[in-house]
Design a protein around this ligand. Structure first.
Ligand SMILES: C[S@@+](CC[C@H](N)C(=O)[O-])C[C@H]1O[C@@H](n2cnc3c(N)ncnc32)[C@H](O)[C@@H]1O
Length: 280
């Protein structure tokens, strides 16, 4: 087995064990490993592969067959039209979070220049999507994991987006005088015993699990947020599909107004938004 075409057919057959789009994944993995654009695979289908190229492909295939998510195998993933570096230190950005970006930008269209805060930025996905869409905004992003923050910084450089990256625990690394027009967050929201955790074993646990109830991080963020928002400022929180009511109650307890839970395309409650009290 020597040609690109033979490898592609063989890899597709192997990948069928771990994915329902084996031919597509084979093309992506081959293009990535060989440094080609997918269309160049077609043009070069009958070219022979050298030993080093075969070794690289085999290693990548083995990784994928061990269940490593495609995004980590490729080292990059697309979020809101942006190609972001990802590695095992960061959560793979999910299309679900695009709902939060859509809601934030729908409000921003009607508003002025913004000061925006992204809490738990991971790969920088939310902060960067907002910074690229609103170049006039001043965007801050906080992350506790230094390894994740390094990925976020590189993504910022790669996209030429201006974000102020801060390492630490939620609001702690921010200048105490800073106030924001908008706070966004997709924090860890799984409970420690969530049955889905085994499926997510390749992603960082600290990005997924909040604590025994799953609401711990959302609670900390909501408790600190009113004091950090300008009066009438907006908070947008992504959460689990069964957490909408609980998140809404936590926001009301802290005096937030206009609390609204939004559903994704599947009709599941995934994002709750609210306005800070006018006297905050
Ligand atoms: C669910 S991931 C979201 C990453 C990214 N915002 C996204 O949507 O793809 C949550 C992130 O919050 C970070 N995190 C967890 N606890 C934190 C804390 N106390 N302070 C700051 N960041 C925290 C995790 O390291 C992780 O990167």
């Amino acid at each position: 087995m020597t040609s690109l075409q033979e490898w592609h057919l063989w890899m597709s057959a192997q990948l069928a064990a771990v994915t329902d789009q084996p031919a597509q994944e084979s093309r992506w993995l081959m293009a990535h490993s060989l440094g080609l654009r997918p269309v160049e695979l077609l043009v070069n289908a009958h070219e022979s592969l050298g030993h080093a190229e075969k070794d690289r492909l085999q290693n990548l295939l083995d990784e994928r067959l061990r269940g490593v998510p495609l995004a980590y195998c490729l080292g990059e993933w697309s979020f809101y039209g942006l190609d972001l570096e990802v590695n095992a230190a960061v959560l793979i950005p999910r299309p679900d979070s695009e709902l939060l970006i859509h809601l934030a930008l729908a409000e921003a269209d009607a508003g002025n220049a913004q000061r925006i805060l992204d809490l738990g930025t991971g790969s920088g996905a939310l902060a960067l999507a907002l910074a690229v869409a609103q170049p006039q905004a001043r965007v801050f992003a906080v992350e506790r994991s230094p390894e994740a923050l390094a990925v976020a910084r590189r993504n910022g450089e790669r996209l030429g987006a201006k974000v102020e990256w801060l390492e630490g625990d939620w609001f702690a690394p921010l200048d105490p005088a800073l106030r924001f027009d908008r706070i966004v967050s997709n924090p860890p929201y799984l409970a420690s015993a969530d049955p889905h955790l085994p499926e997510l074993q390749h992603e960082p646990l600290a990005a997924l699990v909040a604590g025994p109830s799953g609401l711990e991080c959302l609670e900390s963020i909501i408790q600190g947020a009113a004091a950090r928002l300008h009066p009438g400022g907006q908070i947008l929180l992504e959460h689990g599909w069964e957490q909408g009511t609980a998140v809404g109650s936590l926001l009301l307890e802290q005096g937030f107004q206009q609390v609204q839970t939004h559903v994704d395309i599947a009709g599941r409650e995934r994002v709750t938004t609210a306005r800070s009290p006018d006297h905050a």
